[in-house]
Design a protein around this ligand. Structure first.
Ligand SMILES: Cc1cc2nc3c(=O)[nH]c(=O)nc-3n(C[C@H](O)[C@H](O)[C@H](O)COP(=O)(O)OP(=O)(O)OC[C@H]3O[C@@H](n4cnc5c(N)ncnc54)[C@H](O)[C@@H]3O)c2cc1C
Length: 316
């Protein structure tokens, strides 16, 4: 049962957040694929306290909410997202010594790659693999982002997480149930329950010489540039199935360069689907269907999406 009408909720949010709240905000510009419709309500928050207040107001009013980080691992429907989209720009960071290491406490709207650079400049190792990964710490903690043989799981100490209707809890590494690009929070989308929200995270770092860290990060970055295409995309569309690379399977299925509208399967890396201009979310979804069906027909493998389809999709 809705406890407040949408109008009352908007009024409440406006009282609390003033002109941080927008109506009918186009979302494509807030995603790396530059695709997707508008948010019915769109709120930018700049602290984890604001993030907590916003989700609590929405949840208590029966209004659906979605936390948007860098929009680099989602495909938003052309018809957009109803309810409240909260753009997380809470970015406070602090460091403290703990034994031989250093613990980084970071709000989840911080940009992951910028945080990695900050750590390197302070002579703190552990996050070099994240250089060049777009998006926020929140998206990375939820999706267990990783590269070059490392991931969030490997350095995760704790996170402060709001559970709908229950309050704020500290999750340890076991609570997160991390797997390959997966966590207990990423699975919320399939359970159909109101989603948990990560307010801040603690990551383990180790002191190391700045020039060693910089050289390692540069190596990773060069490797990324060599293998991945530029342009607007969501990064890897599918997870790698066991013993295979999704890009290899899609390439072998003959789909490099396959195009629907302005959405194109990259010639450089077949697991990257590029918006070459004015692609719609439906165009991208057609590519997803083509790749999934072709790989199943030719290899008998049913690939899982790494990217999450968000918003009001018409699945008929
Ligand atoms: C060019 C390119 C290269 C990429 N390379 C890599 C790579 O090497 N490795 C890799 O792992 N990924 C990669 N990605 C994918 C993507 O960058 C990561 O998954 C990233 O961590 C997503 O973060 P985000 O802030 O953009 O999340 P979003 O796309 O904004 O959100 C993803 C999901 O996380 C949820 N979420 C975000 N913040 C919170 C929060 N605070 N609390 C609760 N839920 C939250 C959202 O609601 C959504 O369900 C790449 C993407 C691109 C475009």
């Amino acid at each position: 049962m809705k406890l407040m009408t949408t109008v009352q909720t908007v009024e409440r949010l406006r009282q609390l957040f003033g002109d941080q709240l927008h109506v009918n905000e186009p979302l494509a510009r807030h995603t790396t694929a530059r695709v997707g419709g508008a948010a019915e309500l769109f709120l930018t928050v700049t602290t984890s306290e604001e993030l907590l207040t916003a989700v609590e107001v929405a949840y208590n009013a029966g209004l659906s909410y979605f936390v948007l980080g860098g929009g680099s691992n989602i495909l938003i429907a052309d018809s957009g997202i109803s309810g409240l989209v909260i753009l997380n720009r809470a970015r406070r960071v602090s460091f403290r010594h703990s034994g031989a290491g250093v613990v980084c406490t970071v709000e989840t709207g911080a940009n992951l790659s910028a945080l990695a650079r900050q750590c390197i400049s302070k002579g703190l190792g552990g996050l070099e693999w994240a250089i060049g990964i777009p998006g926020t710490v929140g998206g990375a903690v939820v999706g267990n982002a990783g590269a070059h043989g490392a991931d969030i799981d490997g350095m995760f100490l704790a996170a402060t997480i709001w559970e709908p209707g229950r309050g704020v809890f500290v999750y340890n590494r076991e609570d997160m149930k991390y797997g390959y690009r997966d966590s207990v929070l990423k699975r919320d989308q399939f359970v159909g329950q109101a989603r948990r929200v990560v307010l801040s995270a603690e990551l383990q770092l180790m002191p190391e010489a700045v020039d060693v860290l910089s050289a390692r990060a540069e190596g990773f970055n060069a490797h990324r540039k060599e293998r991945q295409p530029g342009g607007a995309s969501t990064g890897s569309m599918f997870k790698n199935p066991e013993n295979y690379y999704a890009g290899y399977l899609i390439d072998t299925a003959g789909l490099k360069g396959f195009r629907v509208g302005d959405a194109v399967i990259s010639e450089k890396h077949a697991n990257f689907f590029i918006n070459a201009g004015e692609a719609t979310a439906e165009d991208v979804r057609s590519l997803i269907a083509e790749a999934w069906n072709s790989v199943r027909e030719q290899f008998g493998i049913e690939m899982d999406l790494e990217v999450e389809l968000v918003g009001d999709w018409d699945f008929e």
